[in-house]
Design a protein. Structure first.
Length: 160
């Protein structure tokens, strides 16, 4: 399996994977409203390929919380035929490590706490995603010690 930065040529195949992996209407979720009109962090959009076929993909987007830059991780998806092989975890680790090297201090996502806890994510009680997000699913990870200290409030689009 080869992990590479997503290119413009990968876009359709990655979008098809996200459509396959998530329920219809995924683009109506609050996290998508934060992405509207904002380009993803290109160096943190990764694709996993084997024999030229996309097996998984992850994207990351810049947002702000309390005026501070935050990386919004997601979506991440693995093709149903590749699930259970650890590919999603491998993509998560690759993106997190690369984000740290690029100087990002904090990462957040909306997801299942028991799953993402293995990567170090914890519930962010003072961070508010647009409705109808369940607050228990708003999770964060420090890439630098103390990076979330004193950071809270509503999550906003990066260019707002």
């Amino acid at each position: 399996m080869e992990i590479a930065i997503e290119t413009d040529d990968d876009w359709w195949e990655v979008e098809a994977l996200f459509d396959l992996s998530f329920a219809p209407g995924r683009e109506a979720l609050s996290s998508y409203r934060l992405r509207d009109g904002v380009p993803p962090v290109a160096d943190l959009c990764l694709v996993a390929r084997e024999y030229g076929i996309v097996g998984g993909a992850i994207r990351n987007w810049p947002v702000r919380v309390g005026g501070k830059p935050v990386l919004l991780l997601g979506p991440v998806a693995v093709h149903p035929t590749r699930q259970g092989e650890g590919l999603g975890g491998y993509l998560m680790q690759a993106a997190i490590e690369k984000a740290r090297k690029l100087g990002w201090k904090r990462v957040m996502l909306v997801g299942d706490a028991p799953y993402y806890a293995r990567f170090g994510f914890v519930r962010l009680s003072g961070v508010i995603m647009p409705p109808p997000t369940n607050p228990d699913r708003v999770l964060g990870l420090e890439l630098e010690s103390g990076a979330w200290d004193g950071v809270g409030g509503a999550v906003a689009r990066f260019n707002d």
